[in-house]
Design a protein around this ligand. Sequence first.
Ligand code: TRP
Ligand code: ZN
Length: 898
Amino acid sequence: MSDTANPAVIRRADYAAPAFLVDSVALEFDLAPERTVVKNTMRLRRNPDATPGSRLELMGEALAFIGAAIDGKALAAGAVRAHEHGLSIGDVPDAFELVIESTCNPVENTTLSGLYVSSGNFFTQCEAEGFRRITYFFDRPDVMATYTVTLRADKSAYPVLLSNGNLVEEGELADGRHFAKWEDPFKKPCYLFALVAGKLVALEERIRSRSGKDKLLQVWVEPHDLDKTRHAMDSLIHSIHWDEERFGLELDLDRFMIVAVSDFNMGAMENKGLNIFNTKYVLANPETATDTDFSNVEAVVGHEYFHNWTGNRVTCRDWFQLSLKEGLTVFRDQEFSSDMQGGATDETARAVKRIEDVRVLRQMQFAEDAGPMAHPVRPESYVEINNFYTMTVYEKGAEVVRMYQTLFGREGFRRGMDLYFKRHDGQAVTCDDFRHAMADANGRDLAQFERWYSQAGTPRVSVRTAYDAATQRYSITLAQSYGDAAPAARETQTGPLLIPFAIGLIGRDGKDIALRLEGERSETGTTRVIELTEPEQTFTFVDIKEAPLPSLLRNFSAPVIVEYDYTNDELAFLLAHDSDPFNRWEAGQRLATRELLALAARAAAGESLSLDDSFVAAFARVLTDESLSPAFRELAMMLPSEAYLAEQMEQADPAAVHAARQFARKRLATALKNEWLAIYERHVTPGAYEPTPQAAGQRALKNLALAYLAELDDPADAVRLANAQYDSANNMTDRAAALAALLAASATAGAGVAEPALDQFYRRFEKEPLVIDKWFALQATQRGSAKHRVIDVVRRLMAHPAFTLRNPNRARSLIFSFCAANPAQFHAVDGSGYAYWAEQVVALDSLNPQVAARLARSLELWRRYTPALGDQMRAALERVAAQVKSRDVREIVEKALA
Ligand code: TRP
Ligand code: ZN
């Protein structure tokens, strides 16, 4: 039975050290699109720490074997066996030189893993297990070697030849070919190997690092994109300085390169000294990129750069430790973006970033943790590792790292980081090693904290409070549990967590009360991080003169769900007064969630909908509070997403949620029409476009006003403003927002109101693939109506000449946008969305399993839906399960159906 028919489960408990160590690798590439020849010369020796075995087993995939030699002697046919999964060599010495020659076919490689061709240029992607598609190797992260890479190719077709590290030699060859030789002085696992060859140009900059060394920075793109590289370069320079400042970490190479490629499975890749990026996270100028794109570029450039230390200098022992590098690096990029928003001291500006991150976590990671793919931050097993580049490993992993900082403060966290690098520089280590460094640097026992790495599911903390006026004592009882967790999560749960729970108490005047816990000598501060370690614990504050209102889990100090029965009035009060900006936003979200879920229940029962004036009044106060930044007001006025709301229901009912949310949006639009119009006028940003957080916040609030106005029964004002904004916009944020507003208005005013702008947009940006992606995505995510079904639009767009399944960005812009970001239309009761989904998963499965598996995940929560939908979702999953071949998709659909 082949692996694809019966996929093998890989278990963390089965870890064994590699049988051989590789000290050095010399790779020679003769690059040609259909047949690239790779000669791989390795110095190997037996690993003294491994159990002895005689054969040498190397991994290889989609390779054609040519020949091998040990210590200069060609191996006879009987001594070496090439098979579907690699190369097996008989008795080998204890230390030797091994040369292997093989070929691969980059132009036929649609998986975008290994060596492939995109727009006529060569690129590689090796994480997680793509290096074995380039040459036979110990493709595992704990085998670290130094690399020398020689690239040979036709000079006119491939004038630029790049690889990791430093360029040590280049020159001409016969027949119009040329070569370049690169040396990476640092040992690395093979997943960090990269090469790029083709017609590219670079924006260059020279900087001096903190210790006075000169560094060459380059951003490589196709020639027509050179005008979109400035922001990525600036982001790189900011990242370099930030890591020196905040963590004392310097760039260790003389040169650092970023290369953009339009065919890419993920966001970007941290290959040593040669980061390869999806164009989406490099290219930005005001004409083509939105404010969100600008900040995403900054975040991803930072993320990949920060991996140079957290991931590359110290790497993972095995893929179960993926969060060691990803959780930590996401935390670092979040802190970087946050510091870039308004300076480390402006807490309201920092809160905007925090709110955005928590919103993603709660909408996406909490859902993952409640379904069949639930897994701990450090998974116990997997079938296909690519399926574990998840919200849990990345985002929950970042929250776990953040908790160390919450417990020990910035300085304590820095001490832990310093010790981590002192102990492990140049090593492949585990999540436990990181935790031990944090514990030892801060003199703490963090044994209990390990459960954050081993337990899946979202913890719930239920809160009870009691005030005793006679003794002026206020007690808070916290109880932790996992509720009724998904089976996949339940089996990992062994005991209570250490939960850092930040609390403030607010007086009747709306001001924070100074805090003193029972047993403390004096009051200290107004926010206290309580450490919950037991299933249930009571904490008592003393000298509390009046019954306070608790502000719970300030700044979202732990990735948990807080259960506390606030009244609507209390939530409105917190929304108006909490000194913790995160919790101010949170109070509004709680209020809205409660009201919207009540509305959804009425909508599902076919009852009429209504919303209290006090609800509108609470939001009106925030909208018009000039002391709050526009960016914060925009976040506060945005209602919880349909996906988040559906996730809160006993049985998810996307149509009811959509009806409820639309009703509330229309109510806020109608009741506050004059306010929205005034907000719109007042937040226009005249003059040249600037991607600053301040200007972006103004545009965000203005465009939210436009979106609300488009919800009115008579959207004439919105249509007028949107058309004017579309025509006069000097930036993509405003142009795309105008188009989105016209599409929203077309749900009531008819498709005709959006068509002229849609056509104009396409013609204007025909040559800008990333903008055409927006054009597809805007149409796929439009609200639609009973008469104007979005599935019909999507099916029509599938036949558009600009559509292709082979480019992941394009596939995502249409298919994923519809299947994962337009729930009400996707979950149409007639099952039309599911039929479309099944077709696309099957079609992608044979082209690009990684992308197919991501799409496959959009139905995994079928058990959480109303039976009318859930049954059809299951049937669609079963149809897909019967047809797909890749290990990637099979793991997803089989877990969903189990
Ligand atoms: N390590 C990459 C990151 O920074 C993730 C990544 C990029 C990746 N490309 C990939 C993971 C392809 C798996 C497959 O997060
Ligand atoms: Zn990463």
